[in-house]
Design a protein around this ligand. Structure first.
Ligand code: PMP
Length: 354
């Protein structure tokens, strides 16, 4: 009896930052953008012809691919689209990581990578970050079945430059290397231009962070035709329509509005720098972030205690119960008002402790 239960998949899923229905919380726990999408994208939403939803979207979402190709100076055949970059990366794991050798990535990084490895039975090996939390590129000399590195890395917020990526590629001529650029627009250095030089380099990106469209689920990858065509084949063996018609319309409007994009990113960077300085004045160690979040620790206070204290006062930040970073907090950059509310509660905590 109940034999079927033995055949149910046992898997430990990824846990995203907590969402809340409560409207008056300060939600700086999921690296979302505090500003609305581009007015051009909102206009595209309002003017969207709902009747057209009777039809399937173009299966390869070419109009949005063309807009992304134009923005990055690549060809349409070099662009792949998915339902958020999580979808793009999960499909990339299936498309490229089919070796018996383990794939390589840092021990402290995006916690979805091991989940996909488990789901897809991909062996993996992690390499420790240095004491300064940077990635040691020489670790990735070791033979592997593929490499994935977020640049900037999460949750450390630290980015690497072109020299790092070139060395990584030199060491890994026999593997597909994925650079996950979810946060690159906030001050990182994009490796998209390098995809023209390295046929085995795939760069993934998202509209969720810098373009304020996390709810629309638009992710993309840029790479050689050799890589993109395999991604297309894997996607078309699983779900032809990963990008819906409305996402295509809003995505195009968003990427064409460079003025709004630049202004929003600049505001977030300015707030990040201000909050970084204020936290340092309060005795926190804060890494030099190239992302829309900061990663911080305090010698005297327990991160988990601060996390709980803030949560009780409706300020949600992110805490990871992972040994190497168990005294760190990841704080997304909200509006100036939200960050002021966060700083006020944090100062309240420090005062109570004294
Ligand atoms: N990569 C990294 C490093 C991330 O932090 C995230 C966001 N959780 C993603 C990819 C995926 O973002 P999305 O699916 O919204 O594009």
């Amino acid at each position: 009896m109940n034999e079927w239960k033995n055949n149910l998949r046992k898997i430990e899923p990824y846990v995203p930052g907590e969402q809340s229905k409560d409207k008056d919380i300060v939600k700086i726990n999921a690296n979302e953008n505090p500003y609305p999408p581009s007015p051009a994208a909102i206009k595209a939403l309002k003017e969207f012809n709902a009747d057209s939803l009777r039809f399937y979207p173009p299966a390869d979402a070419t109009p949005l691919k063309a807009a992304i190709a134009e923005y990055y100076g690549v060809k349409v055949e070099n662009v792949f689209l998915g339902n958020g970059s999580d979808d793009v990366i999960a499909l990339s794991f299936q498309a490229f990581f089919n070796s018996k050798k383990p794939i390589a990535y840092p021990d402290i990084t995006y916690s979805f990578y091991p989940v996909w490895c488990d789901l897809l039975s991909i062996p993996y090996k992690t390499y420790p970050l240095g004491a300064d939390f940077r990635i040691n590129v020489d670790n990735y000399k070791e033979e592997n079945g593929g490499v994935i590195i977020p640049n900037p890395n999460a949750p450390t917020s630290l980015g690497e430059g072109e020299e790092f990526v070139r060395r990584l590629m030199d060491y890994n001529a026999d593997s597909v290397v994925i650079i996950d650029e979810a946060y690159v627009d906030f001050g990182g250095k994009s490796s998209v231009p390098l995809t023209k030089e390295y046929e085995n380099l795939l760069v993934t990106g998202t509209f969720s962070k810098s373009r304020s469209l996390a709810g629309m689920r638009i992710g993309f990858a840029i790479g050689s035709k050799a890589l993109i065509s395999v991604l297309e084949a894997v996607k078309n063996s699983y779900n032809s329509y990963t990008v819906d018609s409305l996402s295509i319309a809003m995505g195009i409007a968003s990427i064409k509005d460079d003025t709004y994009f630049k202004a929003t990113v600049a505001k977030i960077i300015a707030t990040r720098e201000r909050v970084t300085n204020e936290l340092r004045e309060l005795g926190f160690t804060v890494f030099d972030s190239q992302a829309n979040f900061i990663f911080t620790t305090h010698e005297k206070f327990r991160a988990e205690e601060i996390f709980n204290y803030l949560k009780e006062r409706k300020v949600f930040v992110r805490y990871f119960r992972i040994p190497a970073i168990e005294n760190y907090l990841r704080i997304s950059i909200g509006t100036d008002e939200e960050m002021n509310a966060f700083l006020k509660e944090l100062k309240g905590y420090i005062k109570e402790k004294k």
